[in-house]
Design a protein. Structure first.
Lengths: 196, 474
């Protein structure tokens, strides 16, 4: 069942122009992230401080890594006054944003990102490349299930903003020609950690 | 020159019908969207799901909501406040605009970024902001094109549908000083670069809302470009303005509507982004807006609510499918209507958002084929409501006196054989005086566009009486 949902998710994601990766360990996720970054010539990336990424520290993220920065690193020397403005500017300068998805929706190939202070919505919005990472047990059937699970976990009251992301940003405003990459990311990569 | 008033509907049509290129662009765009929609609906059935059942469910949700509008609005308002979102009611466009200008003034906002919102078109917010010395920038690509051109949207989900890529290329090179290109990808890239700067500098963001969830106090915004997310998360102040009918009781019911909306609007199963905004920033290190204000606009909506004949029009989730499928819209395109909301649903809403007298002609711009009602994701009985608007205009005596007189005489004669026969003979007698030798009647205005059929030698009634076969058999 889980496999079926995951296959459906991958199919729908590809349909909306996203790229799908399956990883069997945190280390493999890290390797995929690095290869995506180098293939897209990203010099800097910023990663969410979601607990899921704690193990990335062992791989140098947030410590010795010179490409992937944590939000804390990015903001370590920003004062409280004008903090948010400077943060946004810094995030804009990053070539890629790495976020965590609380759920993946199989029916539509969507990722559900619950935005918090450690997972600002701008991570999945300002850079040209967006990498979203999640767990295969977080794949749900459809939007109904996603909404119900979010409600059960009280995420609507604990998060200021929840975003359903389906593919990179797009437009068809000029003669209905589909263009990906308008104001948000031009490319979307989703990496799913299998079986945990 | 196309007039921006529904009172000029007929004049506008006459003009647009001569514009072959425009008609071609709009026909292609609407048909393309329709075919993408049918693909998804077909797939839906192939997967064993029932699209019709989903429509019925959505209809019931909207009916329940609108019938108990005030209950849900009260719940919504309570939950907004709990979440730290301010709520303000506005009766009409003036109240809404004045309030927005005042709020922006209090926050010293000089630059405002806007994500696509039909309600802001309805209240003509941009004009009022410019008057107040505030720079306002549309950020949806279609809206941005329209703003640069100094025009109004011609479709509620595809505002620049009427523009060709050459038009847009020329517009960008003229207004933005970039080299001419008609490549949609390059033009899109220009808009990204120009607008990113505005997003970062903006003091406030103004958006509409697709849904307002009562049980959680959530603003739901559906989009593809990312501009709504940027407008609602980068500036310190976020103002939402939307109609009171956008409320939905629960999240689960919102999910039903979210399934129908993108398929009906653009033939997508899901749009790139759906934002559920629950509260302003929490804490100093939260980069989201410090303040969110929701303005709930009435502007004639309660009047629609009170009229049972058209109440269903408030079920509308603004997908624009009825426009795409309408043979009249496909031919005359959005600007002909001279109203903010064009097409079939626009012809029902506009009389209440403006005045019935100036917009009564819109409801006649329909062949009553019912395609709009067939495609509507929330099953609004659109074509019957168009008839209702027509009869409403007659009852209010907004149709020409002579027309009402003709129909009165017609009704009298249809009820009384003697008057009918008398009228028929009279018509036959005077016909040659009014028309050509073929006794073709020339009735002013009516005959401009169609021929009056020649009068038969004998009436049906006479034939009936004379019919020998009939007599033999009886």
């Amino acid at each position: 069942m889980e496999k079926e949902l995951l296959n459906k998710f991958a199919k729908e994601l590809k349909r909306v122009g996203g790229e799908f990766f399956l990883a069997s360990s945190q280390i493999e996720i890290f390797k995929i992230v690095i290869s995506i970054l180098s293939q897209n010539r990203c010099k800097t990336a910023v990663i969410s401080s979601h607990p899921f990424f704690d193990s990335f520290k062992e791989m140098g993220v947030g410590v010795s890594d010179k490409i992937i920065f944590t939000i804390d690193q990015l903001t370590s020397n920003l004062g409280v006054s004008n903090y948010t403005n400077l943060l946004k500017e810094k995030l804009c300068q990053c070539d890629a944003g790495i976020s965590y998805a609380e759920y993946l929706i199989a029916e539509t190939g969507s990722a559900v990102v619950v935005n918090t202070q450690s997972e600002p919505s701008h991570l999945s919005l300002l850079s040209e490349i967006n990498i979203i990472i999640s767990n295969s047990i977080r794949v749900v059937k459809d939007m109904f299930e996603a909404v119900n699970r979010l409600q059960m976990e009280n995420l609507f009251s604990s998060s200021g903003c929840i975003t359903f992301i389906t593919g990179p940003s797009r437009t068809a405003d000029i003669e209905k020609v589909l263009i990906t990459g308008v104001h948000g990311p031009k490319k979307l990569f989703i990496i799913v950690l299998e079986g945990e | 020159m196309i007039q921006e008033s529904p009172a000029y509907f007929k004049e506008n049509i006459r003009q647009i019908c001569k514009d072959e290129i425009l008609r071609q662009i709009v026909r292609k765009a609407t048909l393309l969207t329709l075919s993408k929609r049918s693909e998804v609906v077909t797939e839906y059935y192939a997967e064993g799901k029932d699209w019709e059942a989903l429509r019925n469910q959505a209809h019931e949700i909207r009916k329940k909501t609108i019938d108990n509008l005030d209950t849900y609005l009260t719940e919504l308002e309570g939950n907004f406040k709990k979440n730290g979102i301010e709520v303000k009611h506005a009766r009409d466009p003036r109240e809404a605009c004045d309030f927005i200008v005042r709020i922006l003034g209090e926050h010293n906002a000089r630059l405002v970024v806007k994500s696509k919102s039909m309600v802001t078109e309805e209240i003509r917010l941009n004009d009022k902001l410019i008057e107040a010395g505030i720079e306002v920038v549309e950020t949806d690509l279609g809206e941005y094109i329209i703003q640069l051109a100094g025009e109004t949207p011609s479709h509620i989900t595809a505002p620049a549908m009427h523009k060709s890529r050459d038009d847009i290329g020329r517009l960008f090179s003229e207004k933005l000083g970039v080299p001419f290109t008609n490549d949609p990808a390059e033009l899109t890239e220009y808009s990204r670069r120009f607008l990113r700067e505005k997003f970062l500098k903006a003091d406030a963001g103004i958006s509409g809302a697709n849904f307002l969830v009562a049980e959680t106090g959530t603003v739901v915004i559906v989009e593809n470009e990312g501009n709504a997310r940027l407008s609602t998360t980068l500036p310190k102040l976020h103002i939402v303005i939307t109609g009171i009918e956008k409320v939905v009781p629960t999240l689960e019911e919102t999910a039903t509507l979210l399934k129908l909306l993108p398929v009906s609007a653009t033939g997508q199963k899901a749009t790139s982004y759906v934002s559920f905004i629950n509260s302003p920033a929490r804490g100093e290190k939260d980069a989201r807006p410090e303040k969110i204000i929701v303005i709930l606009l009435d502007n004639g909506r309660r009047e629609i609510y009170r009229k049972q004949g058209v109440r269903e029009a408030l079920y509308c989730i603004k997908c624009g499918a009825c426009m795409n499928v309408c043979p009249v819209y496909q031919t005359v395109s959005g600007h002909a209507y001279g109203s903010v909301y064009p097409g079939p649903i626009g012809s029902i809403l506009t009389p209440f958002f403006t005045t019935l007298n100036e917009s009564k002609d819109l409801a006649y711009g329909s062949s009553l084929c019912g395609a709009c009602s067939e495609i509507c994701p929330v099953k609004i009985d659109i074509h019957h409501m168009l008839l209702w608007i027509r009869s409403y205009a007659v009852r209010k005596k907004y149709t020409p006196f002579i027309e009402r007189l003709i129909f009165k005489l017609w009704r009298m004669s249809m009820k009384n054989l003697f008057i009918f026969e008398f009228g028929r003979s009279l018509l036959k007698l005077i016909a040659p005086l009014l028309g050509s030798q073929e006794t073709q009647l020339k009735i002013p205005i009516w005959s401009d566009n169609k021929d009056f059929p020649p009068l038969a030698e004998k009436s049906f009634h006479q034939l009936w009486k004379e019919d020998e076969v009939w007599k033999k058999n009886s």
